[in-house]
Design a protein around this ligand. Structure first.
Ligand code: ARG
Ligand code: ZN
Length: 849
């Protein structure tokens, strides 16, 4: 049942034109499709028509007006067809109200919407549902005007009347970019004038009542459009650009041509209901989906193995954008935190796979941190290797050469080779070889010559026992003991398993600042002292490495607290004090420096150094260290907390948000020693969700926060997105021994709508994210998560399958936990009728062939 990259063959036909007529009805929607097929000169011989289709009731099908001789199976239909051009017409019936999988055409709060990527269009009509089949679409939608006054699809609106509307998308597109929305929606309108003077109507469509929460997303959209013009020379190409917010959505958002559909949590924001983090995510995701218009839509993927072609590049672009809008240093640290937490975790376990996988059973299972985040890192490395100008030249060539095509990673690498003259044969391993390279470095210093000796190794991963050396760009700077920089950043290019670099003329032994900006997604190890790390934390001119030095120090301290019950040393605490007090540093940077590594990160770090992680011991050490920091820095933190209070109304701008980030970090620490007085006061006085939720978190952690939790619920019972936070916070901050109980209790709460993916993720995902709680002795956490995944799977396989990754780290733990986690996985696997999605995931996690 697996699909393999090596089996790719073009489709035998080209689609000259697609016309759809959709008559909406909750239980009996009729879809009529008219498609003009002609033989594909570059494809295999035409003569048989194969169309994908799932869960469709076929009403009729004709070829050139005569009944087609179709054979229907579970995955589509086959029929004899002319080897010359012909007209296909067919009508099917579907029931969007029964579609709980949220893939294809479904209903959310009375509104119709679609999600077609990757293979949802085949649930709407029979079609060659593959990204290399592209066609211009025209769509006619009909619906009851009383319930669905607004009818939207891709492209430009053409004509409309009462109960119907027509849309035309002139740009040929694959079916996964098709979208349709119908419902009672209100439009937050604006417009944008492109570089060449095209006026584009912009609309953000939301349910009545939410129209006051669209301004920030609209602002982010306009900034994204201007940025893509300025930085990549990319203009928008239609007269209309619409975004719709939907409450029931499996992922973040979707870049359908001219009609992006978003999980409402990444659109709706007001100071009272959204946190600074929400605003930041909205900005990043609005940009991401908009940027797909060129990297994904105008140039798409030949097949789903090439997913990283659009996703890695678009993530890279949205990261650049967010860095430009806010702070590059803080953005880079955030991105690396995410990369390590999600992608390194994935790459270190049974789900490890290359950025470009070679086979899959269910493609939805490959929308992973490796494809997205490591895919973006690979592009960052390319850019570093060819330089800013080389990158720009390669991208210009890419857009020029491949506009309107469905492409591969080979096409992508070739534009870099052609534009820069560089041979990327070895570099391509980043796309084909899975696993996180380990890079170790030794050094020596004699006669004013400083040398660095690198050694790289990528451990075996499923299906890939042998690895070749990777091209690793290592950005390096050298510092003198007085803190001055004796060699500014340069990039060493490692290509061999072992490789040395020589730096003559060093009067004193330099202190190296290695892998600046995290220039490659590798695990770097180097013997170093706490003093040296404290030195780098104080003096490194590269902000990422300055932070990294503090992070490494914190990990060493925590590791020794776990393994030897050691007390935190003075180097760490005094370095932390210096950073905290340094007003020349961005408050957001200081907040990051004060934050400790997560429990999951510590569990992986201990595993890497050969120690079996004890979740409770890690949690306890982290609590102790937080308390110690709070005591040590109480005066500084108290001053900061007071000084960072900003009078006046809330504004989501980066400067204000950064100040709040540090203030909240201070509050988190202070709450451990002030009896919760500050948090209580802040909770009572808060006029924005950032402060309110931040205070609530502190109160829950201190003593369960029952009263504040109840108050918060009463205040926000009618706001879905805020209630998601309420659910997540209680589970996320529950003490290890209580977490599973808290989660179980919350699943009984009347507002626990488990069919809503956001709500499900808040509670069940929240438990999985509470490391010590999920892994608490006895296995109640594992049991509860398994119970709920089994329940969700038949209703929404995609979301259930994705969440099986909560178990992907089972191999790290002690025999008891391993056995319990495996038993939970076996129980999921043994479920009758388990979806293909979950079956593939659980099989891979358990290590089946
Ligand atoms: N292309 C979308 C994005 O990155 C995500 C689609 C995810 N689809 C899926 N089947 N998981 O913005
Ligand atoms: Zn994307």
């Amino acid at each position: 049942r697996a699909v393999h990259l090596k089996d790719y063959a073009p489709y035998p036909y080209l689609l000259d034109d697609v016309s759809l007529q959709v008559r909406l009805d909750p239980k009996a929607t009729r879809v009529v499709s008219q498609i003009r097929f002609s033989p594909n000169p570059d494809g295999p011989a035409a003569g048989t028509l194969r169309l994908d289709g799932e869960g469709l009731r076929l009403i009729r099908a004709t070829i050139d007006g005569a009944p087609a001789d179709v054979t229907v199976d579970d995955h589509g239909l086959t029929c004899p067809a002319p080897a010359t051009a012909f007209d296909w017409e067919c009508e099917v019936e579907i029931a969007p109200a029964d579609n709980t999988a949220l893939e294809g055409l479904y209903m959310s709060n009375g509104m119709y919407c679609t999600q077609c990527e990757a293979e949802g269009f085949r649930k709407i009509t029979y079609y060659p549902d593959r990204p290399d089949v592209m066609a211009p679409f025209s769509v006619r939608i009909e619906a009851d005007p009383a319930t669905c006054p607004v009818l939207l699809s891709n492209g430009n609106p053409t004509v409309a009347g009462d109960g119907w509307a027509e849309w035309q998308d002139p740009w040929p597109k694959p079916a996964y970019l098709f979208a349709l929305v119908a419902g009672d929606l209100v439009r937050h309108a604006d417009s944008f004038r492109t570089l060449s003077g095209r006026e584009v109507d912009l609309g953000i469509w939301v349910r009545p009542g939410d129209e006051g929460k669209c301004a920030y997303a609209m602002d982010a959209l306009k900034r994204s459009m201007a940025w893509d013009e300025a930085e990549y020379g990319r203009e928008y190409d239609l007269n209309t650009f619409n975004i719709v917010a939907v409450d029931d959505f499996n992922m973040g958002a979707m870049e359908n041509k001219g009609l992006n559909i978003f999980n409402s949590k990444y659109v709706l924001a007001s100071p009272e209901t959204a946190t600074d983090r929400d605003y930041e995510m909205i900005e990043g995701i609005i940009a991401h989906e908009y940027f797909h218009n060129w990297t994904g839509n105008r140039i798409t993927c030949r097949d789903w193995f090439q997913l990283c072609l659009k996703e890695g590049l678009t993530v890279f672009r949205d990261q650049q954008f967010s860095g430009d809008q806010r702070s590059h240093a803080v953005k880079r640290i955030d991105d690396v935190l995410t990369l390590r937490a999600r992608q390194f975790r994935e790459d270190n376990g049974p789900l490890s796979h290359p950025v470009r996988p070679e086979s899959y059973i269910e493609i939805n299972n490959f929308y992973t941190a490796t494809v997205y985040e490591k895919g973006a890192e690979v592009i960052g490395m390319l850019r570093r290797l060819v330089g800013e100008e080389g990158y720009r030249a390669a991208l210009d060539l890419y857009f020029d050469r491949h506009d309107g095509q469905a492409c591969t990673i080979e096409d992508w690498l070739r534009v870099f080779e052609d534009a820069t003259g560089r041979d990327l044969t070895q570099f391509k391993r980043w796309y084909t070889q899975s696993g996180t390279p380990r890079l170790s470095v030794r050094e020596d210093y004699t006669d004013n010559v400083y040398r660095l000796h690198f050694r790289q190794e990528t451990p075996p991963t499923p299906g890939q026992p042998e690895k070749g050396p990777q091209v690793i760009p290592v950005a390096l700077g050298l510092l003198a003991p007085d803190g001055s920089e004796t060699m500014p950043t340069r990039v060493l290019e490692i290509t061999e398993t072992e490789q040395s670099f020589t730096f003559p003329g060093q009067e004193t032994r330099p202190i190296p600042s290695l892998l600046r900006g995290f220039s490659a997604p590798v695990i770097l190890t180097r013997q170093s002292t706490a003093e040296e790390r404290a030195f780098l934390l104080a003096h490194d001119t590269d902000p990422f490495n300055k932070w990294e030095a503090g992070r490494t120090l914190a990990k060493d301290v925590l590791s020794r607290m776990v393994t030897d019950d050691a007390a935190p040393g003075p180097d760490y605490l005094s370095a932390l004090r210096r950073v905290t007090q340094d007003d020349t540093l961005d408050p957001a940077f200081r907040a990051l420096a004060l934050a400790l590594p997560s429990d999951d990160d510590m569990a992986q770090t201990l595993t890497d150094s050969g120690v079996t992680p004890d979740p409770l011991a890690i949690w306890t050490a982290r609590e102790k260290l937080s308390l110690r920091i709070a005591e040590e820095l109480s005066a500084v933190l108290g001053d900061l907390y007071d000084a960072l209070e900003r009078p006046g109304p809330y504004s989501p701008d980066p400067k204000a948000a950064n100040a709040r980030a540090l203030r909240q970090t201070a509050l988190g620490l202070l709450s451990r020693i002030d009896g919760g007085t500050r948090a209580q006061k802040q909770f009572a006085a808060a006029d924005n969700m950032t402060d309110e939720l931040g205070a609530l978190a502190c109160l829950i952690r201190a003593d369960g926060g029952d009263e504040a939790t109840a108050t918060f619920y009463r205040r926000w019972a009618d706001d879905r997105l805020v209630l998601d936070k309420w659910f997540a916070l209680q589970v996320g901050y529950a003490a290890p021994a209580d977490a599973a109980d808290v989660a179980a209790r919350l699943t009984q709460h009347p507002a626990f709508d488990w069919k809503n993916p956001n709500r499900f993720r808040s509670v069940i995902g929240g438990l999985g994210g509470n490391h010590a709680g999920f892994h608490a002795a006895g296995g109640a956490g594992y049991e509860l998560v398994a119970d709920w995944l089994i329940r969700l799977d038949p209703v929404n396989p995609q979301t259930a399958a994705r969440m099986t990754t909560l178990f992907e780290t089972w191999h790290r733990y002690d025999a008891d936990r391993r056995d319990m986690m495996r038993a939970a996985l076996e129980r999921i696997r043994a479920t009758r009728g388990l979806s293909r999605d979950s079956a593939e995931m659980v099989g891979r996690i358990l290590g089946d062939a």
